[in-house]
Structure formats: C-alpha cells, structure tokens
Design a protein around this ligand. Structure first.
Ligand code: NAD
Length: 423
C-alpha cells in the first residue's frame, strides 16, 4: 500500500497536526501515536467441506484510558493490520468526542463472506470469539458489527463468549439481534444522529431545513436512513441519491417508494422513473448545486481534484473518511461547512453505548428515550466542536471543524492518561 494512502499514516498525521495546534505534551503524543496492543492471530477453522482453513485475524485496542475499548469487527478480503489500527484510533476520538465512557478498538478477519455459507460463517465467528476471548469483555473491549458482519454474527460471538465464561454476558458485544437484547431495531441511529447534527448546523447557517435541498451519496444503511429521516425529522427535500451504479436527480424531490421499486427491479436507484428526474453519475451528484451534501457511501470521494467544484453550503460526512485531508483544507478555504465523520456518524456508537448500558442494568428504554438521549449527546458534541473552533478563531488562529473536534477528543484522552499517571 502506498505510504500516502496508508490509513494508519493518515490517522497518525491527523493526530500530529491536532497535537501541534493544541501543544499536546510530547509524552502524551508518544503514547497516542501507536495502539496500546495489537493482536494478530492465525485462526484454523474446520469448514463445512471437512477441510481446515486458516484465517488471519486482528483485534486492536488503541487506547482505553477513558473506558473499555469499543469498535466493530470487519470481515473483509482486503483487511489489513494498518486499516484496523487506523479505525481503532478513529474510534478512540469518536468515543471521546461523544463523551461516552469508552476507549477505541477495532477488529477484523481477512475473509470473503460472499464465498462462505452460514455454517462456515458461524464456525469462523465462534473461532474468532475463542481467539479473542481473553481480550474482550464488557469492561475490557466491546466489539460490534462493521463491514460484512451482521447482528447474527454478533449473536454467535456473544453465545460463544457466554459458553466460555459460563454465564450470559449480553454487554460483551453490541449490535445484537433484538431477541437477545440488541439494537437491531435501531439500525438507524447513525443516520438519526447525523440528522440532529444537520438540524443544528442548518440553524447555525440560517438554512431552513424545510426548504433546503439535499443530495445523498449512498443508498445503504446510512444513506437510506439519511434520506427517510431528513424528511421525517426535518421535513427536508432530498433531490439526489445514488448507489455504486450511479445516481438520480429530481429537482422536485425524490419518492422513497419509487426508489425502492427501482432498486428492486433494476438493481440500482438509476432505474427511478419520473418526468422530472434524470440519471447522474456519482461524480455529478457530488458537484450538484444543493444546500446540503451528505456522502454516505465510501471513503475518499471529495478529493483535491474535485473539492473546488463542490457546490453546497453544508457537507455532512456520514460515511467514514469521505473527504481527504487536502480536500478538507480546500473546503475550509471556500467557507463550506464540512463537518467531520467522527462527529456526524457518532450516532452509531452512541446507540451502541445505550445498548451496553441497558444490557448492564437490565432495564430497557422506550424508543422516545433512546432518541432524546441521542439528540442530547450528539447536539452537545456539535456545539462543543463549534465552540472550540470559535475559541481558536478568537485567538486569531483559524482551524477547521475536524481539527476542533480532534482537539476536544485528544484533550479528554490525554487528561485521563495524565490523571491515571500514564505520563
Ligand atoms: P452499506 O453497505 O449499507 O451501503 C453502502 C452504499 O454505498 C450502498 O448503497 C452502495 O451501493 C454505495 N456505494 C458503494 N460504492 C459506491 C461508490 N463507488 N459510489 C457511490 N456509492 C457507492 O454501508 P453503510 O452501513 O450504509 O455505510 C456507509 C458508510 O457509512 C461507510 O463509510 C460506513 O463506514 C459509514 N458508517 C456506517 C454506520 C452504520 O451504522 N451503518 C456507522 C458509522 C459509519
């Protein structure tokens, strides 16, 4: 992997940039530049064809000064230790910014789930649980679903862990099916959190959400819920949406039923039929003149070579890493409010925290409480980020919202490490 695209190098670079601005103690920076521990495992699994296949797997605990590590498990053919390390660093900052009592972690297995049947998937999930058994736990490190891992996989891991400790331990993992006190019904917490941030940012920019036009890249979990919730929560009009095949643009607004129908019949939202709609590419979608742009698909979409043509007032990073570091600076110069991923999509991990709290207390909340507490937490993070940016501006130092959020997150972890006597 080229050095400049190595995600862990990017994570370290962002940390160093923020550390420089906030004049972080060198000793704290040295601790924070590398994970606390990195497990690289070889896991033999007896497959349904009778043959044993060996998988390389990872679990990284980046930092746990603020609480048990928290972060998903990816099952991906291109998984690498550097990706897992980077993601675990970003989880550390995400949990810290959200002010939930977790550190950061992440896990992964190099595998292709599309070539595995359910039996093999279960065998691999249980083998992974046994391999990391001593390194996870409700007070140690709490995994969750991520790319190509599902609530069912969480259930198998929880069950295997319970077998080994000899009792149920629902709080060992989040994103479980509702039948075992999980949050499957709350698959929309990432997008819902993003919509609360959108509401606050629109207020700040004096945009009327009911009149604002929105383009969403991605029609998966994050993108589809961003579409439905922006309408439901804010009454906003989504004029463009896309998937990996491309997008559709209708200045009069899109209709969810027709989008679902197009996706089902043609495999893509591009099959959307309306007199006022037209097909667009993903590149065109990003450059549409809209009030709000929500990248909710994959990383590195807004880059040095298209950042000059982004034509929105507010960019909400619902995906992880959709805007490159160079593009962040260009958007900042152009006075486009680009709100960072680890703020905008933190509703997912905040929802996981609520699941863990409920598992540990044995008392389960109504949806209204879940939503209200999520709103309170993420709105606070947004306001704190804006206040930090302003505090630097008042000192004559211009910093972008990403750096402001980093400074808050790093400061909390550094203070916890200091008071614990780590430096
Ligand atoms: P998903 O797999 O459900 O959906 C991804 C969507 O992106 C699909 O509609 C797919 O067609 C589209 N896509 C894929 N390649 C594309 C391309 N080249 N151009 C345009 N669209 C493309 O994934 P998701 O769960 O919705 O996650 C999307 C992003 O949000 C990821 O960056 C993920 O890390 C981030 N995120 C998701 C959650 C969550 O709770 N789902 C939480 C935090 C962050």
């Amino acid at each position: 992997m080229a050095e400049e695209l190595n995600p862990f190098k990017i994570a370290q670079h962002q940390l160093e940039e923020a550390a420089g601005i906030m004049k972080l103690d060198r000793q704290a920076l040295d601790i924070l530049k590398e994970p606390k521990r990195t497990l690289i495992m070889n896991i033999p699994v007896k497959m349904s064809n009778g043959k044993t296949q060996t998988f390389t797997a990872f679990r990284v605990r980046y930092n746990d000064a603020l609480g048990p590590a928290k972060g998903g498990i990816r099952f991906h053919p291109q998984e690498s230790v550097d990706t897992v390390k980077a993601l675990s660093a970003w989880m550390t900052w995400k949990c810290s910014l959200a002010e939930i009592p977790f550190g950061g972690g992440k896990g992964g297995v190099i595998c292709d789930t599309k070539k595995m049947n359910d039996k093999d998937l279960e065998a691999l999930s249980r083998a992974y649980a046994r391999a990391v058994f001593k390194d996870i736990g409700p007070d140690v490190d709490i995994p969750a679903p991520d790319v190509y891992t599902t609530p069912q996989i969480m259930a198998w891991i929880m069950d295997e862990y319970a077998n080994m400790v000899g009792h149920n331990e629902f709080g060992v993992i989040t994103g479980k099916p509702v039948e075992i006190w999980g949050s499957e019904g709350r698959m929309d917490s990432t997008a819902l959190g993003g919509m609360f941030v959108m509401r606050e940012a629109a207020k700040m920019l004096k945009l009327n959400p009911k009149k604002a036009t929105i383009a969403v890249q991605g029609f998966g979990n994050a993108g589809k819920f961003a579409y439905t919730l922006s309408k439901k929560v804010l009454g906003s009009k989504v004029v463009a949406i896309s998937d990996s095949e491309g997008g559709v643009y209708d200045p009069t607004g899109l209709d969810l039923d027709k989008l679902e129908e197009a996706k089902q019949k043609t495999g893509s939202v591009q099959g959307y039929k309306s007199k006022t709609a037209r097909k667009i590419t993903n590149e065109e979608l990003l450059e549409l003149k809209v009030d709000i742009l929500i990248p909710a698909a994959i990383e590195n979409q807004v880059k040095e070579d298209n950042a000059d043509r982004i034509n929105c007032k507010l960019l909400l990073e619902l995906a992880n890493g959709p805007v490159t570091p160079e593009a962040t600076n260009i958007l900042f110069e152009r006075k486009i409010l680009d709100l960072p991923d680890f703020l905008v999509n933190s509703g997912g991990v905040i929802g996981s925290y609520f699941e863990w709290v409920q598992n540990r207390t044995g008392y389960y909340w109504e949806t209204e409480r879940f939503d209200a507490e999520l709103d309170k937490k993420i709105t606070t993070s947004f306001k704190e980020t804006m206040a930090m940016q302003k505090a630097y501006a008042d000192k004559g130092e211009k910093i972008n919202p990403r750096m402001a959020a980093y400074i808050i997150a790093i400061d909390r972890v550094a203070k916890a490490m200091k008071v614990r006597g780590w430096y």
